[in-house]
Design a protein around this ligand. Structure first.
Ligand SMILES: [Zn+2]
Ligand SMILES: [Zn+2]
Length: 218
């Protein structure tokens, strides 16, 4: 955890520098950020926030997939995967290069569409909360009586926990769509989720020490 906290502090620094660059760019008129969140109406605020989140999910999935390529993994993503059994401290325990790839999304998105300060704040708050929850090691997402996820298009804690145990699958951030479209989800996902929410027989799943621990925690 101390390693994760130190790496997260470096991520905070990188995110803050990008935040400073955004603020300076706004002063120079390079980015369209406005203060009154209702300047363009409530529907636009909701649309703006939704687009920021959906595009970020795609950005995360594809950059994550590229970072898993053998020649790039050790330079971008190895540190994050040193945590086989994630905790919230894992959320932003990135290599500096991975932190930069993640941080650059917001200024790119701000170039694409006029965004209010409130929408940008809500996007960042949602990103951090979702990331911390996704790494918390306890399943908190609701499940149906049969142990399947109640909202199948949202990633769960188990979904990302499995990625840390078996990195080949489950690369998505908020939504399961890209994983289902581009490659199957981890084949043990639904069984693991059912165990994590206590909807099936207890016991460890084969081949996944992190998941086994996570399941026993949950
Ligand atoms: Zn992770
Ligand atoms: Zn990964």
């Amino acid at each position: 955890m101390s390693r994760e906290i130190l790496a997260s502090l470096r991520t905070v620094l990188i995110f803050s520098l990008v935040g400073l660059a955004i603020a300076l760019s706004e002063r120079l008129g390079w980015l369209a950020i406005y203060e009154d969140p209702l300047e363009r109406g409530l529907p636009y605020l909701l649309f703006n926030l939704t687009v920021l989140i959906v595009l970020h999910d795609a950005w995360f999935y594809w950059t994550h997939k590229i970072m898993h390529c053998p020649g790039l993994f050790r330079w971008f993503h190895r540190l994050h995967h040193r945590s086989h059994n994630p905790s919230p401290w894992t959320s932003y325990a990135f290599d500096a290069s991975e932190a930069a790839v993640n941080a650059i999304y917001l200024p790119l998105a701000l170039l694409l569409m006029p965004t209010s300060l409130l929408a940008a704040f809500l996007f960042v708050a949602h990103m951090m909360l979702r990331n911390a929850v996704g790494h918390c090691g306890y399943e908190v997402f609701p499940a149906r009586r049969d142990g399947r996820p109640l909202i199948g298009w949202l990633t769960t804690v188990t979904h990302h926990d499995l990625h840390h145990a078996r990195p080949r699958w489950n690369l998505g951030l908020y939504f399961t769509g890209w994983d289902r479209l581009m490659s199957p989800e981890d084949p043990s996902y639904h069984a693991a989720l059912a165990r994590a929410v206590g909807k099936s027989a207890q016991g460890n799943l084969p081949g996944s020490p992190a998941l086994a621990e996570s399941v026993s925690k949950g």
